[in-house]
Ligand binder design. Structure first.
Ligand code: NG1
Ligand code: ZN
Length: 532
């Protein structure tokens, strides 16, 4: 096998760079990724063998980043993000010299007590980037060099690959997560949506901006499995051109809308029309609308979290399960302070904070029976404990209202992609809730008022000197900086600010919120200046 690995490795030589498996796997300019993807293939095979031949997923995508970027990340058997320790092994293998790859591979195999005779099984997919097919070939070279079995799912959204990974590993067991096919995904979502809607009608259509990414064709496919528009929900797809690769995520998509706090310039939506934007691999979603009096209104991940927690909380109460099941919301420091206050004080649901990155949020959410987690940027989902699933499925209803609530809860557990944040599934969830409440986006928006906020990307000579603590809300280094930030915050009404090094870009991020727009901007500028 050594000779094979070496020969294959030499076809994918490593450039003189240092790579790191970060929050989103490896991500960079696509032309630098060849050796990285090859080595990720080797790690996928090792991981699968370590787990007794369970299937590992590999997704090739750079999400909301520009078309010339790409990235690769690994998916664990139940559809979760790769286990922490293995990020380190991936980084080690990615940084081995080209000719040392067989040695490092075997060293890992040995130290992790992996039996090379155990089968290795890998499934993979990619988004619509033009660099995808060549990177897939690098991946396959690795899988063949180490004798792994593999299935190519071609173009998929990231959450679809997570779904398929879990389905593959649970097929034929009582934990089966669904049919092991792309079609199975649409069938599951379509059927669950029809059940969750219970004949309710959405108030007007929803306009979906697909960022000119893989979400466009996949949503078009999903529509075939949803009830006809006349019966429930009309979905209008825009920005779904995946042939012109240069327009991917360009002036559209969830990241654009969230960071610019405005609709894509191409938007033709009228006043009060419900709009949403997906990102390039359809794992994030942001809602928004144009209010005739207040202008552009953003309904971000915090809003989706509070809307879902409120709706599911009500259903759990109606189902008579409020005493038995613990509901919680997980946020990061980027959550708007007003959303935290609303969830804690008005909904009376506990909120816990984790560092940025969905793997942390997901983990914290599993500590609840119903764990709702969303990053403000629209990446998130809801996870249900075994106890919650059991209660929804076995509680004997004593009234029609209780029966109704239990039915809706069961449908929601099927509709929600519990493996990872999924823009298509999250969209159907939001639409279901709005239809049940008979709400327009205006009513949703009026549940609380966001504090004006500003997110700034600050270029610093060395971001590694910035160390954080308290779920990234405070700086522990460089010494003295946090005290200065604290002093600044105290001068602003409702002032809150923090700085942290980005896990995906070579920059520091500064976030600030305050009672007014000008104060939020001012606080953000002052904190940025202090960190430079
Ligand atoms: P970094 O670059 O670490 O701030 C960004 C997002 C995260 C997360 C990751 C992974 C913000 C402020 N940060 O992380 O929320 O989604 O990318 O894609 O949006
Ligand atoms: Zn994404």
């Amino acid at each position: 096998m050594d000779a094979k690995i070496l020969e294959a490795s030499q076809k994918h030589p490593k450039p003189d760079l240092n790579f790191q498996y970060g929050t989103a796997g490896f991500r960079m300019k696509a032309n630098l990724l060849d050796s990285v993807v090859f080595r990720v293939g080797l790690v996928a095979a090792l991981r699968s063998r370590k787990l007794g031949g369970q299937t590992i997923g590999v997704m090739i995508t750079a999400s909301h980043n520009p078309p010339e970027d790409n990235g690769v990340k690994l998916v664990d058997p139940m559809g979760e993000m790769l286990e922490q320790a293995w990020e380190v092994y991936s980084t080690e293998l990615a940084n081995a010299k080209t000719e040392d790859v067989p040695e490092v591979y075997h060293k890992l195999e040995k130290s992790l007590k992996i039996d090379p005779k155990t089968p290795a099984r890998v499934i993979y997919a990619r988004d619509t980037r033009p660099s995808g097919p060549a990177l897939v070939r690098s991946l396959v070279d690795a899988l063949e060099a180490v004798g792994a079995e593999y299935t190519d799912y071609k173009l998929l959204t990231t959450p679809q690959l997570h779904y398929l990974t879990r389905c593959t590993n649970t097929e034929g067991t009582p934990q089966s997560y669904g049919e092991v096919s792309e079609k199975g995904y649409y069938k599951k979502l379509g059927a669950a949506f029809a059940r969750a809607m219970k004949g309710k009608k959405a108030r007007g259509p929803v306009i979906v901006d697909c960022a000119n990414g893989v979400g466009g064709p996949k949503l078009a496919e999903l529509l075939k499995y949803l009830p006809p528009a006349s019966e429930g929900l009309e979905i209008k797809i825009v920005n779904d051109d995946v042939l012109k690769s240069e327009i991917l995520n360009s002036d559209c998509g969830a990241d654009y809308v969230k960071t610019k706090q405005r609709a894509p310039p191409s938007s033709k939506a009228g006043p009060n029309e419900r709009c949403c934007s997906l990102d390039g691999d359809a794992d994030r979603i942001i809602y928004y609308f144009n209010d005739p009096t207040h202008g552009f209104r953003l309904l971000d991940g915090d809003r989706i979290a509070s809307l879902s927690a409120s709706f599911i909380g009500d259903l759990v109460r109606e189902a008579g399960l409020a005493e038995d099941l613990k509901i919680g919301v997980v946020q990061t420091a980027y959550a708007n302070g007003a959303s935290t206050k609303y969830v804690e004080k008005t909904l009376k649901i506990p909120v816990v904070f984790t560092p940025t990155g969905v793997k942390w949020l997901h983990h914290a959410a599993t500590k609840f029976d119903v764990g709702v987690y969303f990053e403000a940027n629209g990446h998130g989902t809801i996870v249900f404990s075994d106890q919650a699933l059991k209660a929804f499925n076995t509680t004997d209803p004593q009234s029609p209202a209780q029966k109704n609530a239990l039915e809706t809860l069961r449908a929601l557990t099927e509709l929600i992609n519990q493996t990872v944040g999924d823009a298509l599934s999250d969209m159907l969830l939001v639409e279901t809730i709005l239809a049940h409440k008979s709400w327009t986006p205006k009513e949703w928006d009026s549940t609380y008022t966001d504090l004006p906020n500003r997110l700034v990307r600050v270029e610093v000579p060395d971001r590694s000197i910035f160390k954080t603590t308290d779920a990234e809300r405070k700086l522990s280094a460089p010494e003295g900086v946090q005290a200065q930030i604290d002093a600044l915050m105290a001068k602003f009404k409702d002032g809150r600010a923090f700085a942290r090094p980005s896990g995906t870009e070579d920059a520091l991020r500064v976030y600030a919120e305050a009672a007014t727009r000008s104060e939020a901007d001012d606080l953000a500028t002052k904190v940025s200046d202090l960190c430079k």
